[in-house]
Write a protein that binds this ligand. Structure first.
Ligand SMILES: CC(C)(COP(=O)(O)OP(=O)(O)OC[C@H]1O[C@@H](n2cnc3c(N)ncnc32)[C@H](O)[C@@H]1OP(=O)(O)O)[C@@H](O)C(=O)NCCC(=O)NCCS
Length: 158
């Protein structure tokens, strides 16, 4: 079994798409993206260059993922069920941990981090980290990257 790609999508030939995915009508996927198995890309989503989407992610219609964003397994983005508006915008270089839920109208700023399992109700400032339910700021990111910290950030089921 492979994946379902609906009509009127624009997918660059370099994009890798796993099995059992559904890419809905009008979606645009730019070069060098990698999309895991069981991913749903809703109608009209726009996915920037080099985005990585792990298995089981569900993107609401019109979600915007800018270049270099990373979505760990089972991340979900939602939009307003009454108006059909408010698809989230996820900016360049954002990291979203496994199972996080991004609610309608949320904008996640450049290079921000969302912890695994978080429920994000409000905008996230650039370079910040939010965790929890509801997601709250952890601290402003200072680049004190050590191999040990890097390992903690990436550990998970992916
Ligand atoms: C958010 C995250 C990046 C923070 O990593 P970190 O900077 O090393 O943070 P720490 O582990 O030092 O935790 C700092 C605090 O935040 C809390 N915290 C960390 N991650 C949390 C999360 N996902 N949800 C709720 N609280 C969290 C810790 O309990 C700790 O709280 P305390 O100060 O009260 O003890 C990391 O915990 C995370 O969620 N990574 C995502 C893993 C993932 O999905 N990987 C995908 C692989 S494909």
């Amino acid at each position: 079994m492979t994946s379902v790609i609906e009509a009127a999508t624009l997918i660059h030939p370099s994009v890798k798409i796993g099995h059992f995915c559904v890419i809905e009508r009008g979606a645009v996927i730019k070069p060098h993206c990698i999309i895991g198995d069981y991913v749903r890309v809703g109608r009209g989503c726009c996915i920037g260059e080099g985005v990585i989407i792990k298995p089981g992610v569900i993107l609401a219609e019109d979600t915007v993922l800018k270049a270099g964003a990373f979505l760990a397994p089972s991340v979900v983005t939602l939009r307003d069920q009454k108006t059909g508006c408010g698809a989230p915008v996820i900016c360049q270089g954002v990291f979203i941990g496994g199972g996080a839920i991004i609610l309608p109208y949320v904008r996640i700023g450049k290079k921000a981090t969302v912890g695994a399992g978080s429920v994000v109700l409000n905008d996230v400032p650039p370079n910040s980290t939010v965790v929890g339910v509801p997601a709250r700021a952890m601290r402003t990111k200072v680049f004190k990257q050590s191999p040990e910290r890097e390992n903690r950030i990436w550990r998970g089921n992916g």
